[in-house]
Design a protein around this ligand. Structure first.
Ligand code: NAG
Length: 229
């Protein structure tokens, strides 16, 4: 195939998919989907170059950490373009752009790897110069005030949840935990409303694997179930 017809094909495909052409030309990732540090540099300097780390980390960090966001973004784009961490080539680099929890975690990892290798292999800013670790592993407030803490990526985006719920309803079981039956009746009876809440709870708790998902307390579903008697 001639190059020119290949170009036409690509442009046509981009047009047909409704994807803005300007986005195809622009190589840089959309900053809006790049997780925020959640912390600023320079808190409580000791006078010897150390400052406080992000809340909850309880460690000192270099006062220049985290760097300005644009410095990180520039390095991040270089790492994405290379497919590995430029300053630490053994670390591969994946920066998916979709809405799923898994992809959000990959993006958090991408920002942390970029920070940690900003000045050379293993030389950069520690994870403690951000709140990203807590967001990845989970230490956010649950749906019940004063109740148990939950992973910060929970509950999942509603579209991810709905899509999984649909899969489970169609299969009649949790597709990621097939021993668990899922029933999703559509009528207006109390029993059916309860069944739908239970199906939602099963779905959310088995979102990514058997028992791997978001806890019930990342929602008010249990209370809604109780309220139905
Ligand atoms: C790699 O390290 C150099 C300094 O050694 C720095 O100038 C550059 O921005 C870093 N690149 C990335 C992608 O982190």
């Amino acid at each position: 195939m001639k190059l020119s017809s290949l170009a036409v094909l690509i442009v046509t495909a981009a047009y047909a998919s409704g994807y803005p052409l300007s986005q195809w030309r622009k190589r840089d990732v959309d900053p809006a989907i790049v997780p925020d540090f959640g912390f600023e540099s320079g808190v409580n300097p000791t006078g010897t170059g150390d400052c406080d780390g992000a809340p909850g980390t309880n460690v000192k960090i270099p006062c220049f950490c985290p760097p300005p966001r644009d410095v990180m973004l520039k390095a991040l784009n270089e790492n994405i373009a290379a497919g590995h961490c430029v300053n630490n080539t053994v670390v591969s680099f994946d920066f998916p752009t979709d809405n799923s929890i898994q992809s959000e975690i990959s993006r958090i990892n991408g920002v942390l790897v970029t920070l940690q290798n900003l000045r050379g292999p293993g030389v950069g800013c520690p994870a403690a110069s951000t709140t990203l670790n807590a967001r990845r592993t989970g230490n956010c407030d649950g749906a019940i005030p004063g109740g148990p803490k939950i992973p910060c990526q929970c509950p999942p985006p509603r579209d991810e949840f709905i899509s999984q719920l649909q899969d489970n309803a169609v299969a009649g079981k949790a597709v990621h935990n097939p021993d668990v039956k899922v029933d999703f009746p559509l009528d207006d009876s109390v029993a059916s409303k309860k069944a739908r809440i239970i199906a939602s709870l099963i779905t959310i708790q088995n979102l990514r694997g058997p028992g791997v998902g978001c806890p019930a307390v990342s929602t008010t579903l249990s209370q809604q179930l109780e309220a139905l008697g």
